[in-house]
Structures are given as C-alpha cells and as structure tokens.
Design a protein around this ligand. Structure first.
Ligand SMILES: [Zn+2]
Length: 136
C-alpha cells in the first residue's frame, strides 16, 4: 500500500507521526499525533484515531484548534439538547456547507467554516429558546 504524505497546510512541510507525549509531555493521555516536521517553530498538529495511523482531520494551528473545539461544543448542544438527533445534526451541517454527511467533519473545518458553524448553531439554539451552557 502506498503511504500518503500528510503535509502541514501552513508551511507545506511533511507531517510526522509522533507519540502524543511529543506535544503534550506528561499531560499526554496516550495515542499519537501528526505534527509538522517544523514543530515547534510551526505550531501545527492533529490527533490520530486510536489504534490507527489515520489523522482525525487536517493539521491545525493553535487558533484553529481552539476554534474547532468551540465549534464542536456548540454543535454538540444541538443533539445533546434533543433539538436534532445526532444523525440529523450532521445532515444539518451537510446542508449548511453543501457537504456530504460523511465529509461534515469539524476536524477538517477551516477557520471560516468554524465561524460559520458557531454562528449558525447559535441561531438554532437561540430559536429553540435554550440558554447556552445550561444543563439538561
Ligand atoms: Zn508547518
């Protein structure tokens, strides 16, 4: 099988598969990451699906990593609060961004798409009169 080179989207350098402790040190909870070969000069990496060498998305810098986490949190509210089923929620992303459901994966989202998703998901939550951050 041909190995696909994963490249850093910021500097174009090849990404290397490393133990997660390379990034997180003793805070690492195990697993592996793809990290830009210019790290830490280029602060760009992505986690790997447990037990595989498949990246969870594209490599992201600090800003984008934060944004993806934020986007995911607000998006998860949509199905956690029962506004959508989980499946419907992913279909909803697909419709918003003209993506196939299987591509509607926040791990691949750009800054811009994260912003859009945060905005759109907030609207849906507001329209359903559920205050943000409230449990249940
Ligand atoms: Zn890089």
């Amino acid at each position: 099988m041909k190995k696909q080179t994963i490249r850093c989207p910021y500097c174009g350098s090849p990404a290397i598969l490393k133990d997660a402790s390379y990034i997180y040190g003793h805070h690492s909870s195990g697993g592996r990451v793809y990290v830009c070969s210019r790290f830490p000069a280029c602060d760009s990496y992505v986690g790997v699906h447990q037990g595989t060498s498949l990246p969870k998305g594209s490599l992201a810098n600090r800003t984008l990593r934060k944004k993806r986490i934020q986007a995911h949190q607000i998006f998860d509210q949509l199905w956690r609060k029962g506004i959508f089923s989980r499946e419907e929620a992913y279909r909803w992303i697909g419709d918003k961004f003209c993506l196939q459901t299987r591509q509607a994966h926040i791990g691949n989202f750009s800054d811009y798409m994260c912003d859009q998703l945060i905005q759109e998901a907030s609207k849906v939550l507001q329209n359903n009169l559920i205050p943000l951050g409230m449990a249940g």
